[in-house]
Write a protein that binds this ligand. Structure first.
Ligand SMILES: Nc1ncnc2c1ncn2[C@@H]1O[C@H](COP(=O)(O)OP(=O)(O)OP(=O)(O)O)[C@@H](O)[C@H]1O
Ligand SMILES: [Mg+2]
Length: 506
């Protein structure tokens, strides 16, 4: 019997001129949970797509041994039949189909005669979700009725339904709340107890530390090390990932906020389906020139709704009075807000941030194309120059600005969305979860950029679920709970406990 469940040997994967994987070797023992770590663009997702048959045999070099036998899969179906199941970084659910239909897509239960057995599938769907402790989902409703966290859990339930021997989770936790993450980690522990092997990818290294037995680090498409977690620490994982010690996770703050430049008054958002219910209830706040204002609170507290309403992007009925430099401005739609000097990087990159059919560069200049228009022609050279400058400034990793944006790694797509908004040269920048899916090194760069912008006088609002990050970078912190303002703190010896207490106390 082979000691390893899986061996990948000398895997090379090229996309045109880009060598995403440059001869990677990894080995995985049966029953262990492997943390696959690396910076944005290191090749984690690509390696897992090779393994799971997304990239069929013949489109990469190298060998895969599965239970000691060569695996030369040409489709995901084949790898699933072999017991390899992947949960992708970007959700793959079909929004219009019901929860049950999504759970059984390609895997339907049929009656004799071939018709679908909806009763059996619905029953099994309820069971599967119950195993994940999800009891508030109606399985016959379309998936789009549910938020990101629930959709992620539905995706996990779908994978569990396939009886995996090896379960690959590519950043499963980025849209989960901390209680949902706790559920997820418990699920992985119980799968492990049942003998299921896991490969877990996450930029949240505390999760990796909590759950993984072995750490595999890769950098620039090459294998760096395979180390038992007991010999590792979060600091060492980071050092292996970035290739140097990082003794500081947050840059020094050295700016002083000036006068009040921005005010949002009486922001109220109503539930689109039930206008009597207020998701944000009469919240007002101010912002100073060069200030970074963190907005903390539990998921579902109304933080995203609050900032979306301020920017005119809230999808239901809302009211907000917004003043910039003492004058009321029209922020009733995102376009008007951008014209008035606001910019927002939304939480949901895939649906509101990127246009998947356009290139990296086209996505970046989308909001400022008029700047390059001369006599109804676009000055392509000027546009390209600007794009290249932004790519360099944000250290955005792409082989060319002409590649489709969807070919970028998750963290680099996030940088492209940030670039798009910065090009509008806003006075007020709103960032909703700006470092979701971003690696530690790139997080530092984004913080540095925020601090530089603040020093130049930009006022920044940052919604974040990571309290450490809120404390690491904000000058002031608002706490939102159940749609109301629960606290407004200057970030001076402020602690996570203070913020959490404010979030949950009425
Ligand atoms: N379809 C593609 N076409 C061109 N280049 C690609 C494609 N898919 C991936 N790449 C490139 O391969 C490299 C590795 O990307 P990959 O998505 O595997 O990174 P990752 O480690 O998963 O990063 P992240 O943590 O940001 O998700 C990147 O430079 C990426 O731009
Ligand atoms: Mg990835």
């Amino acid at each position: 019997m082979n000691e390893y469940l899986l061996e990948m040997r000398g895997i090379v994967k090229q996309f045109g001129g880009v060598r995403a994987l440059d001869g990677i070797d990894i080995k995985v023992r049966a029953g262990e949970c492997v943390g696959l770590c690396g910076e944005n663009g290191a090749g984690k997702s690509t390696l897992m797509k090779v393994l799971s048959g997304v990239y069929p045999h013949g489109t990469y070099d190298g060998d895969i041994l599965w239970q000691g036998e060569p695996l030369r899969a040409t489709s995901i179906r084949e790898t699933e039949a072999a017991g390899i199941v992947i949960i992708h970084q970007e959700l793959m659910l079909v929004p219009e189909l019901s929860v049950t239909e999504n759970l059984f897509l390609g895997n339907e239960i049929r009656l004799p005669g071939g018709r679908m057995d909806y009763d059996a599938m619905n029953r099994r769907a309820v069971e599967l979700l119950a195993e994940l402790n999800i009891n508030d989902v109606n399985v016959v409703l379309p998936v789009k009725q549910y938020g990101g966290g629930h959709q992620q859990l539905i995706e996990i339930a779908k994978a569990l339904n396939k009886n995996a021997r090896l379960l690959i989770l590519d950043e499963p936790s980025s849209s989960l709340t901390s209680s949902e993450i706790a559920i997820l980690l418990d699920i992985i522990r119980s799968l492990k107890a049942k003998g299921v092997t896991c490969i877990y990818i996450s930029h949240k290294l505390d999760e990796i530390e909590a759950i993984c037995d072995t750490i595999v680090t890769i950098r620039d498409g090459r294998h760096i090390a395979t180390t038992p977690m007991r010999d590792m620490s979060v600091e060492r994982i980071i050092a292996q990932m970035v290739g140097r010690e990082m003794n500081q996770l947050y840059p020094q703050r050295q700016h002083t906020p000036g006068n009040i430049v921005f005010e949002a008054r009486h922001v109220t958002c109503r539930d689109p389906d039930n206008p009597r219910r207020k998701r944000v209830d009469d919240v007002s706040f101010t912002l100073r020139r060069g200030e970074i204002l963190g907005i903390a609170g539990l998921v579902g507290a109304g933080r995203t709704e609050l900032v979306s309403a301020v920017f005119g992007a809230y999808e239901g009925p809302f009211e907000a009075e917004v003043l910039l430099e003492g004058r009321p401005i029209d922020t009733s739609s995102p376009l008007k807000s951008i014209r008035a000097g606001l910019a927002m990087v939304p939480e949901d990159r895939k649906h509101h941030g990127i246009v998947p059919d356009l290139s990296v560069g086209q996505n970046m200049t989308l909001a400022v194309l008029h700047q390059f228009a001369h006599a109804s022609r676009i000055d392509g050279e000027a546009e390209l120059r600007t794009v290249n400058e932004e790519i360099a400034r944000l250290k955005l990793k792409t082989a060319s600005p002409f590649l489709p944006i969807t070919s970028l790694s998750g963290g680099n797509q996030q940088k492209a969305v940030l670039a798009k908004m910065l090009l509008t040269r806003p006075k007020i920048l709103i960032l909703d979860e700006p470092t979701r899916g971003v690696d530690v090194g790139a997080k530092f760069e984004i913080y540095q950029l925020m601090l530089d912008l603040a020093r130049q006088g930009m006022a920044i609002v940052m919604v974040s679920s990571e309290l450490q990050e809120v404390l690491g970078i904000s000058d002031r912190v608002l706490v939102i709970g159940e749609g109301r303002l629960r606290g407004d703190f200057v970030n001076d010896n402020l602690t996570q406990e203070t913020l959490l207490t404010a979030a949950i106390t009425h």
